[in-house]
Design a binder for this molecule. Sequence first.
Ligand SMILES: [Fe+2]
Ligand SMILES: [Fe+2]
Length: 374
Amino acid sequence: MPRTERGVAPVAGPRLSREDTIVDMPLVLSGPWTREARAHAASQEARDAVIRYFRKAVKTRNWTPWDDLPLGEMAARGQFLSEDTITIIEAYLGVEDYVGDYVEEGLRLCEGRRERRTLQLAWGSEECKHAEAWELVLLHSGRRTPAQLAAYRDRVGEHTWTMRDHHPGLATPLGVVCYAMVQERATYFNYEEMRQRLRHEYGLPARSTPFEHARGQQIGAAGAFKTVANDEIAHHGIFLELVRIYLRYLPQDTLEALLTVLGGFSMPALQLIPNGAALAEAMQRTLLHTPLKQVRHVNNPILNTLGLDNRRALERAVQASKLLPAGLGPAHVSLGRAGEFVVSMSPDPPEPARDAAPAPGALAAPAVLVAGHA
Ligand SMILES: [Fe+2]
Ligand SMILES: [Fe+2]
């Protein structure tokens, strides 16, 4: 039952449960690895990853801002929060409130990739809760009135965010995935930092108290930030998974997109939110998120997870990827931590032997090193 013209063949295995059907079927992939075949195989794997993501998201992160956040506790402790904390949460509200533009721009760049469209819609349905959560935090903490919040969000709505502005490399399907992977982890980091700040200002210990642990939710606004941060790290996870898939099948394009995105990364819509200047001052005072923290807690962990030591290794990998021979599949190419590629130079086995080809990831001898200029 081949899925491509030259053989994407299922391997015999144990009977699968309904939960595992489609997405966990082990496959042996073989060539010829034309660009079209690479894109097709990547699309198939991405589709399976999105199905797994969607299934888990719906079943395990199913919450609403209006029903599932500890609003009463926010009211009881709102007076303890500093002005900088309120300014920063209000800025988070503004950034999250551009969700419609983020979804629209992402959909425009799906270019017929149905798995990407599905993810974009599912992701948007989760993201749209976050602005509502921050509005509730500000309102129930007693620090903004309904009229102030409505006026703020109206001013947000006066502008349209576009990915062309201030986000190098973003305006391609691969750029969207790379940017989202970085931005989601940065957002997670920001929200976790804010959660710790909230706990400190509430007079709570850094770690959950036995009471919070027993009920499964932190106090007040800290609980809201924990819930939203949980969404953000899940978003980071699915975009990271997609980048890993594209990296295997389209190494040169993916590495170039990642280098461009990392080189010019900034959080979205900071230039558009109504309290941008106040946010910049609050960030300088609190040091909640600095360029050094971005590298240490966002960029480098991402590169390490992708199998690269650091930014220099990524730059080397970009150069080396340009030297990769055409026509090799992911089973014949391996990326080293310093940014070098090891490639198998063996030709594909003859057609009858393809179903017995080595598993993806295995290398056939002889292998050569491909290293670009650092
Ligand atoms: Fe969000
Ligand atoms: Fe997110």
